[in-house]
Design a protein around this ligand. Structure first.
Ligand SMILES: [Mg+2]
Length: 391
């Protein structure tokens, strides 16, 4: 039996919340974002603003050039979080199988509900409109991948200056046909560099990608090349995950004797960071924040954390960030009793796939090979760039 998966996405969520607070904004070109003087960017923009070419992540100054009458309001993130919880509560009232994937998006698995999935989608849209006065769009398909893309496509086809309130349904069996005419970059796992690499192979549409031999693509792009072909064919059997049990991953080491040697500390840190990266990849997660923990000889402990520029599961990113935190936090020569690295803000790995490019493809291949070797021969078998064992 095909599954019934819904992807729900609120329409211009932050703006919709602002309109409830200030009804005079309704129907106007406005954006939630940082000030142009402070080099702020647009976090969300109203549909009338989009008619001027304004979009999120655009510098506010540029948005104002495109649309001089644009009203810029600063966001109130605590309020958005609160409204988001109200939305998720309505969804959980419909089914316990809800996977929130961002503040304004969620997947739902409605497979066990006998009602036709389209009427369920319509009812949820009505409830969120009536109970919270918020517009939303839904994509409906037999898997997460196609439901999400269906929603993206459905929303993008409405260009009226109004919230799309779209419901886009892909019937079971139609997945590949629905995806086929779309450009490759509509697919998860295809960012700008990958788009170029595929274009050089004459592959421009998802349909062309779906027709490739998975082995050939694997040869060229590693395991993700193989996965890409499967996705292009509309295949995706990932479940809707209702709770993300792992909240963080960390590794730490307590020294038998306090260590004050910088080289040794950096080397241990690198090894711990590699352990964290391996764990992340095994769990198919990307992390958004890195944390360093240091305990001194008197047992006092400090921890420092900072976000990654982009969520990642790559050793190099974790190592670089951890070493940077270490350089800032460690008073040179101070003996260390315990050192640890952790990551948090975990999200499903596929969401970051769009960021890898050809170079990362090679990097990933290396990473996968290293992981396999370590699995086979033990953790000590392969070290990158580490000359001697510290322990
Ligand atoms: Mg949205």
């Amino acid at each position: 039996m095909p599954r019934k998966i819904i992807h729900l996405d609120l329409d211009a969520f932050f703006c919709a919340v602002e309109e409830l607070r200030q009804p005079s904004l309704s129907g106007k070109a406005f954006a939630v974002g940082g000030s142009p003087e402070g080099r702020g960017v647009v976090a969300s923009c109203s549909y009338p603003a989009r008619m001027f070419g304004v979009h999120s992540a655009m510098p506010t100054a540029q948005a104002l050039r495109l649309c001089p009458e644009l009203i810029v309001v600063s966001g109130q993130h605590a309020r958005y979080g609160e409204v988001s919880r109200q939305v998720m509560a309505i969804l959980r009232d419909e089914t316990p199988l809800v996977e929130p994937i961002s503040i304004d998006e969620a997947f739902l698995d409605m497979s066990d509900v006998p009602e036709p999935v389209e009427s369920m989608a319509r009812r949820m849209q009505c409830r969120i409109q009536e109970e919270l006065r918020l517009p939303c769009s839904l994509g409906v398909a037999s898997n997460k991948l196609v439901a999400k893309i269906a929603n993206d496509v459905g929303k993008s086809q409405v260009r009226t200056g109004q919230p799309p309130n779209a419901i886009t349904l892909v019937p079971p069996g139609q997945e590949a046909a629905f995806l086929a005419p779309l450009p490759t970059q509509a697919l998860w796992g295809v960012g700008p560099k990958m788009t170029q690499a595929l274009a050089r192979m004459g592959i421009h549409t998802i349909g062309q990608l779906a027709a490739q031999a998975p082995e050939v693509m694997q040869e060229r792009f590693g395991k993700h090349g193989y996965d890409l072909v499967r996705r292009a064919q509309g295949r995706d059997d990932r479940p809707v995950i209702t709770e993300h049990r792992i909240k963080s991953i960390s590794k730490e080491t307590t020294f038998a004797h306090d260590v004050a040697d910088e080289r040794q500390l950096r080397r241990v840190l690198q090894r711990l960071a590699e352990g964290v990266g391996r764990n992340l990849r095994r769990k198919h997660k990307n992390a958004s924040t890195v944390r360093l923990k240091l305990r001194w000889s008197d047992f006092s402990t400090i921890s420092r954390q900072r976000p990654f520029p982009l969520p990642t599961d790559q050793d190099d990113d974790i190592i670089a960030a951890a070493l940077q935190l270490f350089a800032e936090a460690w008073p040179s020569g101070r003996p260390v009793r315990l050192i640890g690295v952790g990551v948090s803000g975990l999200q499903e790995g596929w969401r970051q796939l769009s960021l890898w490019d050809e170079e990362d493809g090679r990097e990933r291949k290396l990473q996968e090979t290293l992981d396999r070797l370590r699995q086979k021969y033990g953790k000590q078998a392969v070290r990158r760039g580490v000359d001697a064992l510290w322990d």
